[in-house]
Design a protein around this ligand. Structure first.
Ligand code: NDP
Length: 275
């Protein structure tokens, strides 16, 4: 079984560098997908209230027979539940659906900057952390300006910022801001939902190493130190996406993939997205 490397978060918690994402997996197919992912060796699962599949994730966890402490479970509070009371209630609702009594990581899903409600949600997350009801707290889709606003309050610095990062959208300004504050960057859509797998820089490196394009892209992330959560409902790809620890891209291959930046955003822009 693959031993997945970990990243030590700024509060000392170790988070698997490779996890399994379940965005767009229907609830009734999620149990099967997560059971297969756990069998392939994943121990970190990334879900969210808005995905509507926390129950499916919970059923797979229950069926796995794995000890809770072997798993790293992330969920996220949706925009409609921003605010202190709302977020506390949303956390309890997510736990109930997952059938768990704590999460390893809970994230504010989007800053939704039309209001400052994310600040009140952050207070709720800090209270949950102080009460020992979760292991780490973080944010998602936070631009540097949102991080600055949150950190200026003077409380807990987020452990993680989960943002869209892949070769076509590298968000180096966000990654630099994260690093400056000791925040781990976690890449969502690390494969750009498959849209970068035909690029020649990726194909050339894949041919040179006898690997698949997806493995090359995921390896590029690992070598740059990011946490990744590729999604696949295809068991062979689940294994393929984990099997990236025994080869190394050269500096020139890394630079060729870096050069694929093209502002190729696949999701909403956090500066303007308010749900
Ligand atoms: P990914 O970049 O992980 O790409 C998933 C797509 O790539 C699927 O179509 C999958 O197909 C395909 N794929 C997976 N592995 C391979 C492979 N080895 N070869 C070829 N194709 C492959 O996209 P996601 O958008 O799902 O992002 C990953 C996770 O990030 C999400 O599941 C979610 O957990 C998180 N996320 C978070 C967001 C946020 O706002 N915080 C927003 C979006 C995502 P198939 O499944 O058919 O095998």
């Amino acid at each position: 079984m693959t031993v997945i490397p970990t990243i030590t978060l700024n509060n000392g918690v170790a988070m698997p560098q490779i996890g399994f994402g379940v965005f767009q997996v229907p609830n009734d197919e999620t149990e099967q997908a997560v059971v297969a992912a756990l069998a392939a060796g994943y121990r970190s699962i990334d879900t969210a209230a808005i995905y509507g599949n926390e129950e499916g994730v919970g059923r797979a966890i229950a069926a796995s027979g794995l000890a809770r402490e072997e798993l790293f479970i992330t969920s996220k509070v949706w925009i409609s539940d921003l605010g202190r009371e709302e977020t506390l209630a949303a956390y309890d609702a997510s736990l109930a659906k997952l059938g768990l009594d704590y999460l390893d990581l809970y994230l504010i899903h989007w800053p939704a900057p039309a209001t400052d409600a994310f600040l009140a949600s952050w207070q709720a997350l800090e209270e949950l952390l102080a009460a020992g009801r979760l292991r780490a707290i973080g944010v998602s889709n936070f631009l540097p300006e949102h991080l600055e606003k949150l950190i200026a309050v003077g409380g807990t610095v987020p452990a993680v910022n989960q943002v869209e990062v892949h070769p076509a959208l590298q968000q180096r300004d966000i990654q630099a801001a994260d690093a400056a504050h000791g925040i781990a960057t976690e890449a969502w859509s690390p494969l750009a939902q498959g849209t970068v797998l035909g690029d020649s820089a990726v194909l050339d490196a894949a041919a040179a190493h006898g690997r698949t394009p997806a493995q090359v892209v995921l390896r590029w992330h690992l070598q740059q130190g990011r946490i990744i959560i590729p999604k696949s409902v295809t068991p062979a790809r689940m294994g393929e996406n984990l099997d990236i620890l025994d080869f190394e891209l050269s500096d020139s291959e890394m630079a060729s993939i870096d050069a694929l930046e093209r502002d190729g955003r696949t999701g909403p822009n956090p500066a303007t997205f308010n749900g």
